[in-house]
Write a protein that binds this ligand. Structure first.
Ligand SMILES: C[S@@+](CC[C@H](N)C(=O)[O-])C[C@H]1O[C@@H](n2cnc3c(N)ncnc32)[C@H](O)[C@@H]1O
Length: 255
C-alpha cells in the first residue's frame, strides 16, 4: 500500500481541482486583515504547495513546511522551474519552530485532522499562536461531524492537467466516534499518455464535533474566533456554526 502524499505529481493535480474559491478566499483574507505591503504567510503541512505557489504569484511572502520529503522536493523543483522564491523546510505540525512572525497562517482541507491526539492538536495550535504576529490570522478549515447532515462516505472527482487525467475516489471506510478516528481510503486512477495505473492509500484523521472543536479552541484563549465560513469560501457570507455544520473555515485572530 502506498501513501498518496508520496506521489506529489498526482496529489497536486488531484487536489488542485476546483480550488479557485479557496485560493481567492485566502488571498482576500490576508489582504483584508494585514496592513503589511507584503504579508508574511506560513503554511504548516504545505505538501506540494498547490496553494503556496499562486499566493507567491499574488505577492505574498510565503513559507511552508511538511514531513513528506517527496512533496517538499516537488515543491522546490516547481519553485525553481518558475523562478519563484519561498522559504520551504522540513518540520512537524506538532512542534514546528520558526524564527519569523507571520501575518497569516493557513491550514485547510482537513490537514489539521492529521494530528491524531488532543495533545498534538493543542501543541500545534500553541505553535501557531507563537508564530503569529499580534492580530495575525490563522485560517483553519476542517470537516466537523454534523449531527444533522448525512455523512458523505464517498467523494469522487476527476482532475486533468495536460495529458494526465486523475480520478480520485475517497471513501470513509471506518468511523469510530469514541476513539475519534476516521479511516479514509483514497484510490487514484491515473490515465497518462503511455500508461494507466491505480494506487490505493489508507490513513486516519481525528474527528471533531462542534463541541470538541470549541473545547480545544477555548483552551487557547489567545486565539479568538472572529468569523466562520462554509465550504463555499465566500468572505462576504460568514455563517454561524451549529450542530448541522460540516465543513467549517474559521478565522482565528492572535490577541
Ligand atoms: C491533505 S495534504 C495538504 C497539503 C497542502 N496543505 C494542501 O492544502 O494541498 C496533508 C499534508 O499534511 C502533511 N502532514 C501530515 N502530518 C504532518 C505533520 N505532523 N507535520 C507536517 N506535515 C504533515 C502530509 O505530508 C501532507 O502533505
Amino acid at each position: 500500500m502506498i501513501n498518496w502524499y508520496d506521489l506529489p505529481a498526482y496529489y497536486d493535480v488531484s487536489f488542485s481541482y476546483e480550488m479557485s474559491d479557496e485560493l481567492a478566499f485566502l488571498k482576500n483574507v490576508f489582504k483584508k486583515y494585514s496592513n503589511s505591503s507584503q504579508p508574511k504567510l506560513l503554511e504548516p503541512a504545505c505538501g506540494t504547495g498547490r496553494l503556496m505557489i499562486p499566493l507567491i504569484r499574488e505577492g505574498f511572502d510565503c513559507s511552508g513546511f511538511d514531513l513528506n520529503r517527496n512533496a517538499l522536493l516537488y515543491l522546490e523543483e516547481k519553485l525553481n522551474r518558475n523562478q519563484l522564491h519561498a522559504n520551504v523546510f522540513y518540520d512537524d505540525m506538532i512542534n514546528f519552530t520558526t524564527h519569523r512572525k507571520y501575518d497569516g497562517i493557513y491550514c485547510t482541507v482537513d490537514t489539521f485532522r492529521h494530528l491524531l491526539t488532543e495533545k498534538e492538536a493543542r501543541q500545534h495550535l500553541l505553535g501557531v499562536s507563537k508564530a503569529l504576529k499580534k492580530n495575525g490570522i490563522y485560517v483553519l478549515g476542517l470537516h466537523l461531524l454534523s449531527k444533522e447532515k448525512k455523512i458523505d462516505r464517498l467523494t469522487r472527482w476527476t482532475a486533468r492537467r495536460g495529458r494526465l487525467t486523475i480520478k480520485t475516489i475517497m471513501s470513509m471506510i471506518k468511523l469510530d466516534k469514541n476513539k475519534r478516528r476516521e479511516t479514509l481510503e483514497v484510490e487514484l486512477k491515473i490515465k497518462a499518455k503511455e500508461r494507466n495505473n491505480s494506487y490505493t492509500s489508507v490513513y486516519q484523521l481525528r474527528t471533531y464535533t462542534l463541541f470538541q472543536l470549541m473545547k480545544i479552541l477555548k483552551s487557547l484563549p489567545e486565539l479568538e474566533i472572529i468569523s466562520v465560513y462554509d465550504e463555499y469560501y465566500d468572505l462576504s457570507n460568514p455563517i454561524m456554526l451549529d450542530s448541522g455544520s460540516d465543513y467549517a473555515v474559521l478565522l482565528l485572530r492572535k490577541k
